[in-house]
Design a protein around this ligand. Structure first.
Ligand SMILES: [Zn+2]
Length: 398
């Protein structure tokens, strides 16, 4: 394992690479955002590009929407509603694919967003099919939110096709914020089926693989999770873009804007990290973040910390302290709620998580089981904790 010298991301993160200075490609990518790079992003040109796009898709027909915004109730979707409706005077149709285990705060925020004056479709999916995929996603690939990654991307596109609204606008651009500084990433601002299959976190499973004869789940039950056909997409001219490709994604600024409009964060921090505003609409996401930690040795706290480092909000030293304090905590509340909802005992749940836990990274007992602190948390081996503190240690060759 090796950690980036600028942020604290380890190279166990899939597709993370380091340059000769020991800085990761995601940090380099975000330097382009802030003009600290020899080839910075020309935000003025991108803004013009966005305005041309808006002009192209805005229409005068009172019965037609100008664009679709996929929403969850989180800060990102609320911010997009603000940007498109209030700033760009668009008439968006919001499409909600509900989270796996919605929180009260998330539900409240959806109402707040709705009351900003937008039409909203709440897609109440078939829970028999969805729950099966949650459990299979957990069992097969250690990802309890597997069907959510798909549904949030496919369902809004189905509505784009059905309602004949070609422009679909998503939030944070993963390639700009986290992606590599590669030729492909430089032009990757459009989200299509290939993007979903390559970057959408399907981990080799396809929706078609979830047919289950015993439970009578057929291919037609899975249609919402299968991308519309190429013919349909071309007929409507579906154009999916990231707002974060055209404008620098500025979290503190977004928080200020959405809170002024009634959006609320949590009373306490999310249990696996230090902040109270990201992914607060779903308990299941917390489990997903925990599973990432057991597989790769970094989880939600690191994700939050590297974002704050790259955006100049904290320095590396502070990030190390916060990672020591919050990273890898066992998500007790989320686990209890998840087990209750999906019918697992804590032992069964832990056993599944442990089966995906990386033996190289965590302390084990003599009998091969994982060591745990009294709060249920796994113990990241000391050498990795030290490498996180001092990344030069990880580059030493014996
Ligand atoms: Zn980095």
């Amino acid at each position: 394992m090796r950690y980036c010298k600028k942020c604290i991301m380890p190279d166990t993160k899939p597709d993370l690479t380091f340059d000769e200075e020991g800085i990761c490609n995601a940090c380099r990518s975000s330097e382009r955002k802030y003009a600290q790079h020899k080839d910075p992003i020309d935000w003025n040109a991108r803004k013009k590009e966005f305005e041309a796009l808006i002009k192209k898709f805005k229409n005068d027909d009172p019965l037609t929407y100008d664009c679709i915004i996929p929403v969850s109730g989180g800060k990102d979707s609320m911010f997009l509603v603000y940007a498109l409706k209030e700033v760009y005077k668009m008439r968006p149709l919001c499409v909600l694919f509900e989270p796996t285990l919605p929180t009260k705060t998330g539900r409240k925020n959806i109402d707040v967003m709705n009351r900003m004056g937008v039409d909203l479709i709440h897609f109440k999916r078939n829970p028999l099919v969805y729950d099966y995929m949650v459990k299979e996603g957990l069992r097969r690939v250690g990802d309890n939110d597997w069907p959510n990654h798909i549904g949030i991307f496919t369902v809004p596109i189905h509505f784009a096709v059905k309602f004949n609204v070609p422009l679909v606008i998503w939030g944070e651009c993963p390639q700009t914020e986290y992606g590599g500084y590669t030729k492909e990433a430089r032009s990757a601002h459009v989200l299509d089926q290939r993007w979903l299959y390559d970057y959408g976190g399907l981990i080799g499973n396809r929706p078609e693989d979830m047919v289950c004869e015993d439970l009578n789940i057929t291919l037609s039950d899975l249609k919402p999770y299968i991308y519309p056909s190429k013919e349909d997409l071309e007929r409507v001219g579906v154009t999916s873009v990231w707002y974060g490709y055209y404008f620098p994604w500025n979290v503190p600024e977004q928080l200020r804007i959405v809170k002024e409009r009634g959006w609320v964060s949590r009373i306490d921090r999310v249990e696996v990290t230090y902040e109270d505003y990201e992914n607060i609409d779903c308990y299941s996401m917390t489990i997903h973040d925990y599973l990432k930690f057991v597989k790769y040795g970094f989880g939600r706290a690191t994700d939050d910390l590297v974002r704050d480092i790259r955006n100049g909000i904290i320095d590396r030293e502070e990030a190390v302290r916060l990672a020591d304090r919050y990273e890898g905590k066992y998500p007790l509340e989320a686990a209890r709620r998840f087990c209750r909802r999906f019918g697992y005992t804590r032992e069964e749940f832990d056993e599944i998580c442990d089966s995906f836990t990386n033996r190289v990274l965590f302390e084990t007992e003599k009998d091969g089981t994982f060591k745990r602190d009294i709060d249920g948390s796994l113990i990241l081996k000391k050498k990795y904790v030290e490498m996180r503190r001092d990344p030069t240690k990880s580059t030493k060759r014996k």
